[in-house]
Design a protein around this ligand. Structure first.
Ligand code: SF4
Length: 75
């Protein structure tokens, strides 16, 4: 079990300086990531997620071509 899963809360950060609006994260987890029409970068709709979302978030981190997403634990 990871530290994030133990604490029950995961923090989500999106580096808007790196995001190139590929939209991969949005298709993986649309409840967290969004790409508003015409936007040049994705947005995080909430910066904290539940441990049950860890798998999707890890996939989003791995799949982002710009390496713009990072996740961590909430203290
Ligand atoms: S997958 Fe990465 S580059 Fe693409 S929209 Fe999401 S954060 Fe931006």
């Amino acid at each position: 079990m990871t530290a994030a899963a133990t604490s029950g809360q995961i923090s989500i950060k999106l580096d808007t300086g790196r995001c190139l609006a590929y939209g991969t994260c949005v298709s993986i987890h649309p409840e967290v990531f969004a790409l508003p029409k015409g936007a040049r970068v994705a947005v995080v709709q909430r910066d904290v997620a539940d441990a049950s979302e860890l798998e999707d978030l890890e996939e989003a981190v791995r799949s982002c071509p710009a390496r713009a997403i990072s996740i961590g634990t909430v203290d």
